[in-house]
Ligand binder design. Structure first.
Ligand SMILES: Cc1cc2nc3c(=O)[nH]c(=O)nc-3n(C[C@H](O)[C@H](O)[C@H](O)COP(=O)(O)O)c2cc1C
Length: 305
């Protein structure tokens, strides 16, 4: 590859991606919904919205609320369940020829392992384990805020599948590096970060929360500096490849995460503003490489001075 045609390929958890840009879970449906807005075959990977064992209806409305430089959501993992996903969504997803990463969510270690077994199929390239889920066996405490629960869950999912396992970290913790190390020690192949920051907003006229669920997850540009900081911290703490996300709206935002230590980046909230934003990000990364005489984008990973 020459400077005129920079090499955008990156390796994550044994997968070779043609570029580092993928969808963030829950913001891109199952990919196919976006096929008329952008060329899905150009993406680095497609990450699906959460798949759970049984179908879920999700939370009561309203489920989303715009906030300064971002949004709050409390969708509640609405999805048709694993069987319907495998039957109805997966066959279409395979058609685009890019790696498919399935995001899985569960209420217990057992639910996660059953999902991992069911989804260990041709056409699924990796699993992303959403540890920002309440564990019913531990009084609803979120898996991802506790290093012991994170370790046990990661170990169990890794034992249940031969697919690469990507553990998606929650930012709602005191020290994210402790959780990242627990996932690494338990066998994770890569980490993705960050999930949404827990937030709340209030309609002062009605004196009620805006969201039906009261609280929700904050995403978008408002959280980007938190994501950049956490990616940088985790990159120093573990030897695993990282997928960075949080407020990526353009190539420069993606580059911040890459320079902080992310091998790949996911685009979430931006898809609601501009459905083709991932194509823009990919083009912008190539332009940056040309302007800065960078032959391989992988050279930029963690290259912040
Ligand atoms: C509407 C919505 C739904 C989401 N659903 C999921 C999900 O199902 N599983 C998951 O791991 N993360 C989910 N997320 C979190 C995103 O994947 C991402 O980690 C977060 O939004 C930060 O990226 P962003 O600022 O680019 O949106 C969701 C985010 C939004 C906004």
């Amino acid at each position: 590859m020459s400077v005129a045609h920079p090499d955008l390929t990156v390796e994550i958890a044994g997968l070779t991606l043609q570029n580092p840009v993928m969808s963030a879970s829950g913001t891109f449906g199952y990919g196919t919904e976006y096929a008329e807005y952008l060329d899905l075959s150009k993406l680095g990977a497609i990450v699906t919205k959460a798949v759970t064992l049984e179908a879920r209806e999700g939370n009561p409305p309203p489920r989303v609320r715009e906030t300064p430089a971002g949004m709050l959501n409390a969708i509640g993992l609405q999805n048709p369940g694993a069987e319907a996903f495998i039957r109805e969504k997966l066959p279409e997803l395979r058609e685009f020829g890019v790696p498919v990463i399935v995001n899985i969510s569960g209420r217990s270690v057992d639910e996660f392992t059953r999902l991992a077994e069911m989804l260990s199929l041709d056409g699924v390239d990796a699993l992303e384990v959403n540890i920002s889920c309440p564990n019913v066996e531990h009084e609803g405490m979120t898996f991802g805020v506790d290093c012991e629960m994170t370790g046990r869950l990661t170990e169990a999912v890794c034992a249940a599948t031969d697919l690469p396992v990507i553990v998606k970290l929650s930012p709602n913790v005191t020290d994210i590096t402790v959780i990242a190390r627990a996932a690494e020690q338990a066998g994770a192949d890569a980490l993705s970060l960050i999930n949404t920051l827990l937030g709340m907003s209030i309609d002062v006229e009605r004196r009620r929360p805006h969201l039906g669920n009261m609280t929700g997850g904050l995403s978008g540009p408002a959280i980007r500096p938190v994501a950049v900081r956490m990616v940088h911290q985790v990159a120093q703490a573990v030897d695993l490849p990282l997928i960075g996300m949080g407020g990526v709206m353009c190539a420069n935002d993606a580059l911040e995460l890459i320079l902080a230590g992310a091998t790949a980046v996911a685009v979430g909230t931006a898809n609601f503003v501009e459905p083709a934003s991932m194509e823009e990000v990919i083009r912008g990364l190539a332009d940056y490489c040309r302007r800065h005489q960078v032959r391989r984008i992988a050279e930029l990973v963690g290259a912040v001075a």
